[in-house]
Design a protein around this ligand. Structure first.
Ligand code: NAP
Length: 248
């Protein structure tokens, strides 16, 4: 059974990692997929072709998620190309990890811009067509670190905690328009972002995770599929932890 037949999904930061897995899972389920990236031109082109092979419409947009004007332009372009935005996944994100004593103002600002302002930028735009349609699902990628904190990740944790407050507020503001807004809070997922953790041996990290392993991007994509689809029609304002029980 296809869960997203003829829906239009906009996924940010889909050239790699979790965003790519979400774009693929959505296309498998019949969604037309618009997606963004920052610099990975070749990977974006390859993904466009991969998604189109599922018989859906797919298009990549090079668009900086941290830039407000770019988010406005992106939404206009997607509406012109696809005619609607039914699902928005704010996935694009970066980390610039450092202990606070060494964390520079530039590192702090970069993380806030790419991770938190980005969510405001695009959500502010996509709610306009969603309000007209009186339907929509917005999915924001937070992190277990946004709930629990983590030494050496104060900027990243603050940005991800901010996303949770934003998500809960938007769910309350726009529930009456049938727009749902939820967070996914992944633990350690195997992507470029966590690759460095394996340098000193992955086993020490596995000990902190009751399921005994890192998650796969596809396992996060399955949660995104649930939140995007009618299967979650009464779920809004929630944070779905996807972390192998690392937090409970
Ligand atoms: P990743 O492998 O590093 O991929 C990041 C993606 O975001 C890439 O497609 C990148 O595009 C894009 N991107 C980065 N900055 C952007 C910007 N300013 N504008 C547009 N696109 C931008 O990351 P990931 O591990 O898949 O993480 C995806 C999301 O899940 C992030 O929000 C992250 O914080 C969150 N998360 C990840 C984990 C984990 O363990 N991996 C855990 C919790 C939460 P380019 O390829 O063009 O650079």
């Amino acid at each position: 059974m296809k869960l997203l037949e003829n829906k239009v999904a906009l996924v940010t930061g889909a050239s790699r990692g979790i965003g790519e897995a979400i774009a693929i899972r959505f296309a498998e389920h019949g969604a037309n997929v618009a997606f963004t990236y920052l610099s990975s031109d070749e990977r974006a082109k390859a993904l466009e072709e991969k998604l189109a092979a599922y018989g859906v419409k797919a298009k990549a947009y090079k668009s900086d998620a941290g830039n407000y004007a770019a988010a406005e332009q992106l939404t206009n372009d997607v509406l012109a190309d696809f005619g609607a935005v039914d699902i928005c996944v704010n996935n694009a994100g970066i980390s610039r990890d450092n202990l606070l004593l060494r964390l520079t103002e530039e590192q702090w600002d970069d993380v806030m811009q790419a991770n938190l302002k980005s969510v405001y930028n695009l959500t502010k735009q996509v709610i306009k067509p969603m309000m007209k349609a009186r339907a929509g699902s917005i999915i924001n990628l937070s992190s277990v670190v946004g709930v629990e904190g983590n030494a050496g990740q104060s900027s990243y944790a603050a940005s991800k905690a901010g996303i949770i407050g934003f998500t809960k507020s938007i769910a309350q503001e726009l529930g009456s328009r049938n727009i749902r807004c939820n967070c996914i809070a992944p633990g350690f997922i195997e992507t470029d972002m966590t690759h460095y953790l394996k340098d000193g041996g992955a086993e020490k990290w596995f000990q902190k995770i009751p399921l005994g392993r890192f998650g796969k991007p596809e396992e996060v994509a399955d949660v995104a599929l649930f939140l995007a689809s009618g299967m979650s029609s009464y779920v809004s304002g929630q944070v779905i932890h996807t972390c192998g029980a690392m937090t409970t």
